[in-house]
Design a protein around this ligand. Structure first.
Ligand SMILES: Nc1nc2c(c(=O)[nH]1)N[C@@H](CN(C=O)c1ccc(C(=O)N[C@@H](CCC(=O)O)C(=O)O)cc1)CN2
Length: 296
């Protein structure tokens, strides 16, 4: 068996085309969606993700604002930028690119974002709504990567109902929130959250119908660990030196040989990453639609 590809690039392109029509409706009514990004420091990967977010905005007609701060910015100065964005009417939603430098209290920053402008769905109020399941119908943004994974599977017709999903990784952007989403009644999966401290990971993987690998450990999930026909979502990303070229290349958490045993695989790059970006745009558009009374 060779896995079929969960094509995140093509799916994200389709979502962006649908969003462009919705943005036109909003702008025709005088409500222009505007995404701001806050980037601290000069990490090349974070720079490239933020650049991609602005490019996506341009493609669908969302205006965008870019705030860049030095790596040694103080907590107080960063909070000032957050306060300005909370007040800026041109910014209808924004994100603070993660990770932030170690001297910054990340949770305090996430908590300072106006929950109504939280385009990442990572404010405690919005995560709390996910926990309480008050989000049905959608009244607040979902974290982008978990929402992107669900959308990617749905658009490829992969059923999650009754399936055992093993999530590897407990980060705030993927591992922790995805279980809350997948165990909702309308999705109805059973979720085990594993992480780098899990002692019987092998046993859990052998039982998994679906594996969400989000630990950021290159090729940690191997073919011999997974069940025949498992669905594999490769989320974690590391930059590893290619022995042939000596250059750094993107490497996911799943060993490519696992594709021979899986039924579906999201490649990395080209799988969940583009979906994360597409769902960010969805959050921005939906918050404007809610404000306009189009989405209830
Ligand atoms: N505030 C946030 N910070 C971070 C998030 C997040 O959702 N919100 N997630 C990640 C980074 N991220 C978005 O910010 C992100 C990562 C990867 C991609 C992506 O499209 N990757 C491409 C490959 C890109 C490359 O070639 O370098 C792919 O997978 O095909 C998009 C967004 C951590 N921080």
């Amino acid at each position: 068996m060779t896995a079929r590809i969960l094509d995140g690039r093509a799916t994200a392109t389709a979502i962006k085309s649908e969003l462009a029509d919705r943005v036109k409706v909003l702008t025709d009514r005088g409500r222009v969606p505007g995404l701001a990004t806050v980037l601290v420091g000069d990490d090349p990967a974070s720079h490239s993700y933020v650049t991609g977010k602005h490019r996506d905005c341009e493609q669908v007609g969302i205006s965008s604002i870019r705030k860049e701060l030095p790596a040694d910015v103080s907590q107080a100065d960063l909070e000032k930028v957050i306060d300005e964005l909370n007040e800026d009417p041109a910014c209808t939603g924004y994100i603070v690119q993660l990770p932030l430098p170690e001297h910054i209290n990340t949770n305090a920053i996430l908590e300072r974002v106006d929950p109504a402008k939280d385009a990442d769905g990572l404010h405690p109020t919005n995560l709390g709504r996910l926990v309480l399941n008050v989000n049905e119908p959608m009244t607040s943004p979902l974290p982008c990567t978990p929402a992107g994974i669900v959308e990617l599977l749905e658009r490829h017709g992969v059923e999650l109902k009754g399936k055992h999903v093993v999530v590897v990784g407990r980060g705030v952007t993927v591992g922790r929130p995805i279980g809350l989403l997948l165990t909702r009644r309308e999705i109805n999966a059973t979720v085990t959250l594993a992480h780098t401290g899990t002692q019987n990971l092998g046993e859990l993987l052998a039982q998994a119908d679906v594996v969400v690998a989000a630990a950021g450990r290159p090729h940690m999930i191997r073919a011999e660990q997974i069940k025949d026909g498992a669905v594999l979502l490769d989320v974690g990303v590391s930059r590893v030196e290619d022995p042939e070229t000596g250059k750094k290349k993107l490497t996911g958490d799943i060993d490519p040989a696992a594709a021979q045993k899986a039924s579906w695989l999201s490649p990395n790059p080209g799988g969940v990453g583009p979906m994360t970006r597409a769902m960010l745009l969805v959050n921005v558009v939906e918050s404007c639609e809610r404000a306009e009374g189009i989405l209830t």
